[in-house]
Design a protein around this ligand. Structure first.
Ligand code: B1M
Length: 208
């Protein structure tokens, strides 16, 4: 029998080799891919998210767990495409134009992937045109991360560009980053704000 609990626990511990080994074994035993994903990898990442929220885990533990999740996802990804399991939604995330900070953005991406979303990483210093293109290609939620007070205004530019392209009612915009607040999100017309990577998953589920 597949050790889905073992996958979950190894992911929480950040043991990428063990996660890979157990996911491979589960696939060999013909365990449905959705079960491996939901009861193994996503279940583990949910615990990591909760521990991060409660300050029981810090950034390094989350990054190590995320690496373990990737080790499992690398095996499941081609099988997921074949099995027709649909992700919860499609999200594109980038760091605001002019901003090179990406540690927080990468954490948010890891957590969203762990939460069952398909995530496109648009990278750092992302101009508004790139967000617009991604919405044209079917993205349902745009995520923008900013760490500098000087790059915060470019989040508003993205929202304006989406409006100008007539796409704003097709997509939700979520923002985050150390200097960002709910008040700022309200001010620029963003649909959501989340203070940390774990809450970003809840917010994305609420918005999509
Ligand atoms: Co920079 N930097 N930095 N920096 N840097 C800060 C942000 C700063 C606060 C340091 C300081 O002065 N005390 C300051 C900003 C001041 C301000 O604007 N108020 C600053 C500055 C000034 C600069 C430069 C201008 C320095 C210079 O060159 N003179 C320069 C700017 C470069 C640029 O972007 N154009 C610069 C450069 C750099 C490095 C390249 C050296 C490096 C970045 C490396 C990298 O990211 N690959 C760096 C770093 C590491 C920092 C600090 C030390 C750490 C940032 C970080 O990664 N935090 C930072 C000081 C600090 O915070 N102590 C600082 C950890 C990360 C997990 O947290 O990103 O907040 P955070 O993400 C959180 C939440 O905010 C949230 O979830 C994450 C996890 O919980 N979240 C989201 C983030 N994005 C989200 C998106 C969401 C939802 C939630 O939805 C879409």
């Amino acid at each position: 029998m597949s050790d889905l609990g073992g996958i979950k626990e190894s992911l929480i511990k950040g043991d990428a080799n063990k996660v890979k080994e157990l996911v491979e074994a589960a696939v060999k035993e013909k365990t449905p891919v959705g079960e491996i994903l939901n009861q193994g990898l996503i279940a583990g990442m949910n615990v990591v998210g909760a521990k991060f929220k409660n300050n029981e885990f810090y950034v390094p533990e989350v990054l190590i767990a995320a690496r373990a999740m990737h080790a499992g996802m690398d095996i499941l990804q081609p099988l997921l495409a074949e099995s027709g399991i649909k992700p919860i939604g499609k999200i594109a995330i980038g760091t605001a134009k002019g901003d090179l900070h990406d540690i927080g953005k990468n954490l948010v991406i890891m957590m969203l992937k762990g939460g069952g979303f398909e995530v496109e990483d648009l990278g750092i210093d992302v101009p508004e045109e790139k967000f617009v293109e991604s919405v044209k290609a079917g993205t349902q939620l745009i995520g923008i991360s900013a760490l500098l007070t000087t790059t915060m205004p470019s989040m508003k530019t993205v929202i304006e560009a989406l409006r100008a392209a007539g796409l704003k009612d097709r997509v939700k915009v979520m923002i985050g980053g150390a200097p960002i607040t709910q008040a700022y999100a309200d001010e620029i017309g963003a649909d959501g704000y989340s203070p940390d990577a774990a809450s970003a998953v809840d917010k994305a589920k609420e918005l999509i």
